[in-house]
Design a protein around this ligand. Structure first.
Ligand code: ADP
Length: 574
């Protein structure tokens, strides 16, 4: 028998048996971390097979597990051939882990593969190690006394130097990408940075120090860095859906618990602890499965919700398209209808005036009905056209300085006859101080106030209508339900307020929020006026808004009369 080998065996055997307690710790640091990381790496890869980042991560965990495997062999085997072989591979695996981490950071943040140039640099840095690993420069011999390999100075220095370089390279990449990233992505980059760098740092520092001071016990602690990295990664996966695995968080947790509890078997010294560990393992496994199931259900529910939300968004989209088509249709149809109706209105007016000869009393009555109906039709078409203009954003305004007093005077004259026929009063109340000119689209404001007066006359059974104008130093602000917000004032300063009040059927409070909406009519109005469309106030609101004004109604309820109001800012004319 080779005497030398016997000595080697003896010295390593003594080492292994003398360090039995520490060796437990060695198992504990190597086995669970390697299994855990490998499992997470495998899960991620398995669920994202086409994803490059997942592939790199899997490669990192494989390299790490190999490293742990060979390192464990060094600690626990006492055959110097196994020792030398395992030891010789550590350097290359070390650098592989570092390089893969750098690759991982690039691809994870940039979401694309790195350039060929960078790959060449990676290979060039790696090449000396591949070539020199089997040589004496790596391990120069075996230290029998300490049961250790003798590490080649240059070789070790080279890979530690490159390792350090890569550590700072990663730091630089992360700082650069962090600065350029939008605010929402920054936390994710930061978490990745802390995870990767803590892992590499602990791995590097403990590895380097143990080589430098020749105390390899230290190295064992560095492995826990991997657990930190995996925890950060699990957080990234769960929180940011870093990979397409939502369940991985729960699964990884359960698997790591099982792995950790399972590793207790290595230290179990008697039957009792073996049984206890077994029972704990079963318990943890059971609870774990329940946890995974519940997470799975929640994930499924979330996915269902997401699906429904996206379907709803699609439906909304097609509704919007339909709505646009409808607006377009109304616009075209109304334009086409306008011409023949103008002709009907014109000819019936000529007939009524007797331009085509005298007509009998009964024909006159029928013609009058035709005339009134066509006028209603014209107003309806005008309203529909206005609505389609508002909805397609084509409503145009021409603002000019004009006199409110004149405008209201004309309107009163127009409606006086109708009011008289119904035996209503129609009063116009102007302020004592003369009214300034207002910058406005006169035709549109006329349409708006005319609708106010028309409605007031329509929805009143007895009494009458008052139109009042006043200049106020501050304007009101109306909320989306059509009520004045008492504590707020308009930002535009001085305003002119026109109020049309009547002694009519009034408006119940709960109807107010709907009145200024499209096609919205009060419940009780058809009794008084059948032909309404519920468009006038909607158009009025758009006109008031275009003037930066407010429009609203106040009423004490059914039968109490109503007050319709509009305020427009007074823009002084130079
Ligand atoms: P329309 O008068 O064609 O129905 P509007 O948009 O002008 O359409 O008015 C919408 C609704 O507001 C009316 O149907 C009615 O219920 C209510 N309304 C408007 N003015 C008055 C008023 N002076 N008195 C009571 N209700 C009114």
């Amino acid at each position: 028998m080779d005497f030398n080998l016997v000595t080697k065996l003896e010295s390593c055997f003594t080492f292994v048996s003398q360090n039995a307690d520490f060796l437990k710790f060695v198992y504990y640091s190597h086995v669970p971390t390697a299994i855990l990381s490998l499992l997470i790496g495998f899960f991620v890869y398995f669920k994202n097979k086409k994803d490059l980042v997942a592939k790199i991560l899997f490669a990192i965990t494989i390299a790490f597990s190999l490293w742990s495997f060979f390192d464990l062999a060094i600690w626990t085997r006492y055959d110097s051939r196994v020792l030398m072989f395992s030891w010789s591979l550590l350097g290359i695996l070390d650098l592989l882990i570092f390089t893969l981490c750098l690759y991982f950071v690039y691809v994870y943040i940039d979401k694309k593969d790195i350039s060929v140039g960078k790959k060449i640099v990676f290979i060039l840095l790696f090449l000396p190690l591949v070539v020199l690993t089997p040589s004496h420069l790596n391990l120069s011999g075996f230290d029998v006394a300490n049961c250790e390999a003798k590490e080649g100075q240059y070789f070790t220095n080279y890979y530690y130097l490159v390792g350090l370089g890569i550590f700072f390279w990663i730091l630089a990449v992360i700082i650069d990408r962090y600065k350029k990233a939008p605010k929402g992505n920054r936390k994710q980059i930061l978490l990745l940075a802390v995870g990767v760098e803590l892992f590499l740092f602990s791995f590097f520092i403990t590895g380097y120090l143990s080589s430098a001071i020749d105390n390899f016990n230290l190295e064992v602690y560095g492995l826990f860095g991997m657990t930190i990295f995996m925890s950060f990664l699990a957080y990234l996966i769960v929180q940011y859906h870093a990979f397409k695995i939502k369940l991985i968080g729960a699964q990884a947790l359960v698997v790591s618990l099982v792995a950790l509890v399972g590793s207790q078997f290595f230290f179990a010294q008697n039957m009792t602890s073996n049984v206890l560990t077994g029972v704990t393992l079963v318990l943890v496994g059971g609870i774990g499965i329940a946890l995974i199931r519940s997470v799975k259900q929640e994930v499924e529910r979330k996915e269902e919700l997401q699906l429904m939300a996206s379907k709803l968004a699609q439906a909304n989209d097609s509704l919007r398209k339909l709505d646009n088509a409808k607006t377009e249709f109304i616009s075209i149809a109304s334009h086409q209808l306008r011409t023949p109706i103008t002709a009907i209105k014109g000819f019936s007016s000529l007939l009524l005036e007797g331009s085509y000869g005298e007509v009998s009393e009964s024909v006159h009555g029928a013609l009058n009905k035709i005339y009134i109906s066509t006028e209603r039709l014209t107003n309806l078409i005008e309203d529909l056209l206005n609505v389609s203009r508002i909805e397609s954003g084509r409503m145009t305004f021409s603002f000019k300085a004009a006199s409110i007093k004149e405008l209201l005077g004309e309107l009163r004259d127009n409606f006086l006859l109708i009011a008289k026929n119904k035996q209503f009063y129609l009063d116009l109340k102007l302020p004592e101080t003369p009214l300034p000119e207002i910058v406005m689209d006169g035709a549109k404001i006329r349409e708006l106030v005319s609708n106010f007066i028309d409605n007031a006359l329509k929805y009143t059974e007895k009494g009458g209508v008052t139109v009042r104008v006043e200049i106020r130093n501050e304007g009101v602000v109306v909320d989306e339900n059509g009520f004045v917000i008492p504590e707020k004032k308009s930002e535009f300063g001085k305003v002119v307020r026109i109020t049309v009040s009547d002694t009519g059927i009034g408006i119940p409070k709960e109807e107010i929020p709907y009145l200024f909406k499209k096609f919205s009519r009060g419940k009780d109005v058809s009794r008084l006026h059948v032909g309404g469309t519920g468009l006038g106030l909607f158009v009025g609101k758009a006109i008031a808004e275009a003037h930066h004004g407010q429009i609203w109604v106040e009423s004490d309820g059914a039968g109490q009369g109503s007050k319709f109001m509009i305020e427009i800012p007074v823009v002084h004319v130079a």
